[in-house]
Design a protein around this ligand. Structure first.
Ligand code: RUQ
Ligand code: CUA
Length: 764
């Protein structure tokens, strides 16, 4: 990419072209002309060439960004910065039918608090599942700071599968972080509270309010958190913040920092100075150093107490067993980041201008020698800063988060107050480069930057403010993610991307080829539970089951009809509609929406989804497919008729809008025979090639074969009607026969094009 851009540039410079002043950038044909018309510098063009992904091309990395208070996850590509998906997590999202179909409602219901549906989440820190400290591309986790919860997203289909509510916390921030084999997902509390659900007055803050770190057990095979095998460690009410898991020599340990270890409680209306005054008065807060591996053994050995049905190790038990230490850290830190080799932890205090590099080895030596400078009010031993510190580097005012490069000892730290990124070396303590950011950078993210083997290459600055960077769109601004090239000695800013959804906090980037997402579900699939749906229906086996007060539909969707098309129910009935998408072809999603009742499904190929509602008002309710799935998508429609109680039908059959004759029928049959000739030629092409080597084509051929089978049935019905001289039905069925043919031909032609473009070989 780089090379060819350079060549294009030198070509542009070398070729002299007469420029007419009137020519526009659109009609300009040389790079030089375009640059001149659009006022671009060589640097701009180079940056563009580094991010541009040609049409049909793919990105090298996928980013999973928190969607902040949208409660979602945003997926985009690097280097193109093209947004690919919003994954619905804690918030209902209509496009994916999330929070509308019964299957996903069940996932959201797992996140209820005190029996209440929570329709919002504040997502902060996504984490990818790891094996031996490296991303394995299987699962994504993200936290909800507000509620406090953790969600599990399966990267097989990019769907949220599970939400767990923290049983003891009232607030959290330090989730989700994973241990190197995803043994546990770490979640640390933020604003302290009683670990029980009782009321406790703030006057009892020091004695009865607590923080905690929860270790959620994850089962990689099942892809689910196991709450009953999860546990927490009780901590002082210090406003614990972010965490990171040790690796290599520090494997088995985790680190969690904190702010407001003053334990100050504000109260402006009581005449007290605000939280911010009392929470930043000391020079240092505490880094918590916890041995989670030993903690898990202690829990197994029955050393934990049970609070709200959840196992909690007390501070005392943790201290007595030597699994919990404190180390002073610069005040109000935001983030602790373990080095890829697991030997160092970098912490930055955002009210300071230094990053502090701790040595795991030194901490362990002090702990073993029981060399402490004292104990905190809760009896936790404190290791002196000088006994833990490797080095301290002046990087700029307001350092927050640090990410690791592929090059040894090289790191990047976001500098909030000075709005810049500092590149420095944590082995030598030298600052190497600084680059301005627009504006007020929070987190930053390097490619696979928190694994044991970071990739370097790119860095994304996740900025808190966009201010004047984009076209104004009113007082609420989008966020700004800035892409930076870190492959050279000096950082180079490549691209500004406005993100118009929530305030993203942290993001993670994974090499795209580690992901193997599916393109369809196995037929009749409940995607949220990862198993065959008991409500699946097959073609020709659709049914409507009625019982007193209840109508249950087992229907299907296929280009271009919904089966059933007419659904009669009685006012007051509970209506349950299960729909299975019969398609196998890639991207053939059908939707299902109906007026007036939040009925809205997204049914991807193979999926079975369920809408459930009460038909509480008599009337006429059209329903239709919401995805433009085919030429006759608008005709993918139906009616639910809600009849008043005691309604008796009096009409005797439909009145047709058009009367058909024998001539109409014959004309249609001729069209059908011509169409069949086209289909036959396409089939001949496909079957004479090695199409079975192309799964995409196999799926298309399977779908086409289905449609052709339906065509044959319609043909029979039309011929039977013709034999009765019932030209009306003969013509209508002949037309349906043709509709099936058209869909067959559509898929056949797509398959043929695919084979031609992908170098299929002739086999006979
Ligand atoms: S944070 S910078 Cu929650 Cu890590 Cu916002
Ligand atoms: Cu199915 Cu539109």
């Amino acid at each position: 990419m780089f090379k060819s851009a350079k060549r294009a540039l030198s070509l542009a410079a070398g070729v002299a072209i007469g420029l007419s002043a009137a020519s526009s950038a659109w009609s300009a044909s040389s790079l030089e002309q375009v640059m001149k018309e659009r006022g671009l510098t060589q640097k701009d063009v180079l940056a563009a060439a580094k991010t541009y992904v040609p049409t049909g091309g793919r990105d090298e990395y996928l980013v999973f960004s928190s969607g902040g208070q949208s409660g979602q996850v945003i997926v985009y590509g690097i280097p193109s910065m093209r947004i690919l998906k919003y994954i619905a997590v804690f918030t209902p999202e209509p496009w994916q039918g999330y929070g509308f179909d019964e299957e996903s409602k069940a996932v959201l219901a797992q996140g209820r608090i005190n029996g209440k549906d929570i329709k919002f989440g504040d997502t902060h820190h996504p984490a990818l599942s790891e094996t031996k400290g490296d991303y394995n591309g299987k699962y994504l986790f993200i936290n909800d700071k507000n509620n406090p919860r953790i969600a599990v997203i399966d990267l097989h289909d990019f769907e949220t599968k599970q939400i767990v509510v923290n049983p003891i916390m009232k607030s959290e921030h330090g989730g989700a972080f994973v241990t190197p084999n995803t043994e546990y997902i770490i979640e640390a509390s933020q604003y302290a509270g009683p670990l029980t659900d009782e009321f406790v007055p703030l006057e009892d803050f020091n004695d009865k309010y607590r923080g905690a770190v929860t270790y959620w057990k994850f089962d990689m095979k099942e892809g689910r958190i196991k709450p009953e095998q999860s546990f927490s460690i009780e901590l002082p009410p210090y406003s614990q913040d972010l965490s990171d898991a040790g690796k290599g020599p520090s494997y088995g340990w985790s680190f969690t920092n904190s702010f407001c270890s003053e334990r100050y409680v504000g109260g402006i209306e009581r005449g007290r100075p605000p939280f911010e005054a009392g929470c930043s008065s000391k020079d240092t807060d505490f880094l918590h150093v916890i041995n989670w591996k030993k903690a898990a053994e202690l829990v197994k050995a029955g050393k934990a107490k049970t609070i709200n049905g959840h196992k909690v190790l007390s501070i005392k038990t943790a201290v007595d067993n030597g699994i919990l230490y404190l180390v002073p850290e610069p005040k109000s830190p935001h983030g602790v980041d373990v080095s890829p080799d697991g030997k160092f932890m970098i912490v930055s205090g955002k009210l300071d201008s230094h990053t502090w590099v701790y040595s795991f080895d030194k901490i362990m030596k002090a702990a073993k020698a029981k060399k402490f400078e004292g104990k905190d009010p809760y009896g936790i031993p404190i290791i002196a800063m000088k006994d833990a510190l490797h080095t301290q580097v002046n990087v700029g005012l307001g350092p927050l988060h640090t990410q690791y490069d592929s090059k040894k000892c090289i790191v990047y730290t976001s500098i909030y107050v000075d709005s810049m990124v500092t590149k420095w070396n944590y082995c030598t303590g030298k600052v190497l480069d600084q680059m301005p950011i627009h504006y007020n950078i929070g987190h930053l993210m390097a490619m696979e930057g928190d694994t044991v083997s970071p990739d370097g290459k790119y860095l994304v600055a996740l900025n808190k403010l966009a201010i004047d960077r984009f076209n104004p769109v009113g007082p609420l601004h989008p966020q700004n993610h800035q892409l930076i090239d870190i492959s050279g000695d000096k950082m180079q800013l490549l691209y500004d991307m406005p993100l118009p959804l929530g305030e993203p906090h942290y993001a993670v980037a994974i090499k795209a080829d580690k992901l193997k997402p599916a393109i369809r579900y196995r037929s009749g699939w409940n995607s949220r539970e990862d198993k065959r749906s008991p409500y699946k229906a097959r073609a020709g086996r659709e049914k409507i089951v009625r019982s007193p007060g209840k109508v249950e539909v087992f229907g299907t969707l296929i280009r271009s009809h919904i089966n059933p098309e007419i659904l009669e129910v009685t006012e007051g009935d509970e209506v349950i509609i299960h729909l299975t998408n019969l398609e196998r072809a890639q991207d053939e999603t059908h939707g299902f929406a109906m007026r007036g009742g939040n009925v809205n499904l997204s049914v991807e190929p193979g999926k079975t989804a369920t809408a459930r509602f009460i038909a509480d008002k008599a009337g006429v309710y059209p329903y239709y497919c919401t995805e433009f799935c085919s030429a006759l998508h608008l005709e993918m429609q139906g009616y639910m008729l809600v009849q008043p109680k005691g309604y008796k039908a009096k009409a005797s059959g439909m009145k047709e809008g058009v009367k058909y004759t024998e001539a109409d029928y014959k004309k249609q049959v001729k069209t059908n025979l011509d169409t069949q000739a086209v289909i036959d030629s396409v089939v001949a092409f496909i079957t004479s090639h090695n199409y079975k080597d192309f799964p995409t084509v196999v799926a298309l051929v399977e779908d086409a074969t289905d449609q052709l089978g339906f065509a044959a049935e319609a043909k029979k019905k039309s011929e039977a009607a013709a034999a009765r001289k019932d030209w009306q039905n003969a013509m209508l069925w002949a037309n349906q026969w043709w509709q099936y043919q058209v869909k067959t031909a559509d898929m056949g032609l797509r398959a043929k094009t695919y084979l031609e473009q992908n170098g299929a070989k002739k086999i006979k």
